[in-house]
Write a protein that binds this ligand. Structure first.
Ligand code: GDP
Ligand code: CA
Length: 321
């Protein structure tokens, strides 16, 4: 079975690990969000691609959910001693190596998709990981700074990591998305898929950004195969992160049902909500999306695998309908 998954960072990666356990001989292609990418210290950093690669490749810091295991921070300390920042973005010594290799290859003229494949040669994530686009797309967030009252558009990482999403997101803009093209292999994978899954990734700044690359949303809607998503919102709040803040920016309430309606029945065939949100199943189904309530907390690998099985079961149900 060929499965295509649109993934952000932590939510996407943990779900993917469950999917691999649930469906051992599936051929999985991951379309990764690159809207979180940022240039730091002259290096190209791709946080979501790396989180997927490290998580599936066994190199992730499990507690944190991002960055390398067994990490040290000498390089960053040395840079800080020169007064060179930013100090707010955590980059460890092991992680730096990935960004150096990536930047070197990009400078030599390789597209990001080829670079990602080369990095995956080492990590062997067991999936085909393709960035959504080889073109530069960077998510920016409009905010009003609390101290100065100044309205400013800042990089998503600055909003999330530096400001810790402490102020409202007034708008979310995937800069460059309109001019971008899907990376080689993205549309082909969607066209050849048997099932397309939206893991419990951020609906705005992860999956929303991937869908903002012209051609991807249309390809999924036209694929003619079941498209099933899992809610990242449980009990009217994100399980972790700032999905509520960026959902508010696009005028969507932080509920499992509202996120399903936001994707819409033109895109989604099936939607899983957590058992605590069982009362919203009816509302989702009224929107033309088949819905089930099952446990959606990825407390461990087995729990994530059970969620993946539920998603695949719902996909078969939708296919048969
Ligand atoms: P990021 O790029 O690291 O923020 O990761 P993603 O976009 O892939 O996923 C972030 C989303 O995953 C957040 O909105 C969380 O609410 C959601 N999430 C994280 N852990 C869980 C979980 O155990 N269950 C569910 N349902 N959602 C989760
Ligand atoms: Ca992310």
């Amino acid at each position: 079975m060929r499965i295509v998954v649109l993934a952000g960072g932590i939510g996407g990666a943990r779900f993917l690990r469950g999917l691999q356990q649930a469906s051992r001989d599936a051929d999985i292609t991951v379309i990764g969000n690159t809207g979180d990418d940022i240039h730091l210290f002259g290096l190209k950093v791709c946080p979501d691609l790396d989180t997927v690669m490290y998580t599936l490749g066994g190199g992730i810091n499990e507690e944190q959910g991002w960055g390398r295991t067994d990490e040290t921070f000498h390089l960053k300390e040395e840079l800080a001693a020169y007064g060179v920042g930013p100090e707010w973005f955590g980059l460890g010594d092991r992680d730096f190596a990935t960004h150096i290799v990536r930047t070197q290859m990009l400078s030599a003229g390789f597209p990001l998709s080829a670079v990602t494949e080369a990095l995956c040669d080492r990590w062997k994530p067991g999936v085909r990981l393709i960035p959504m686009s080889d073109d530069r797309v960077e998510t920016h967030v409009a905010v009003t700074l609390p101290d100065s009252g100044e309205r400013k558009v800042i990089h998503f990482q600055e909003y999330w990591v530096r400001l810790r999403a402490s102020v409202p997101a007034e708008a979310v803009v995937p800069v460059g998305a309109e001019q971008s093209k899907p990376a080689p292999g993205v549309l082909e994978a969607i066209a050849e898929a048997d099932v397309i899954l939206f893991p419990p990734s951020n609906p705005v700044v992860s999956i929303g950004t991937i869908l903002a690359v012209p051609g991807i949303r249309e390809a999924i809607a036209d694929a003619g195969v079941p498209v099933v998503g899992l809610s990242p919102i449980v009990g009217d709040a994100p399980v972790r992160g700032m999905a509520d803040k960026v959902l508010a920016a696009v005028g969507v309430e932080s509920t499992a049902a509202a996120v399903a309606e936001h994707y819409g029945s033109g895109l989604l065939d099936g939607w899983l909500v957590d058992t605590v949100d069982a009362s919203t199943v009816e509302r989702v189904e009224a929107a033309g999306i088949r819905c089930r309530a099952v446990p959606l907390m990825m407390s461990d690998l087995d729990a994530a695998a059970r969620m993946a099985r539920e998603a695949l079961t719902l996909a078969e149900e939708v296919r048969g309908a």
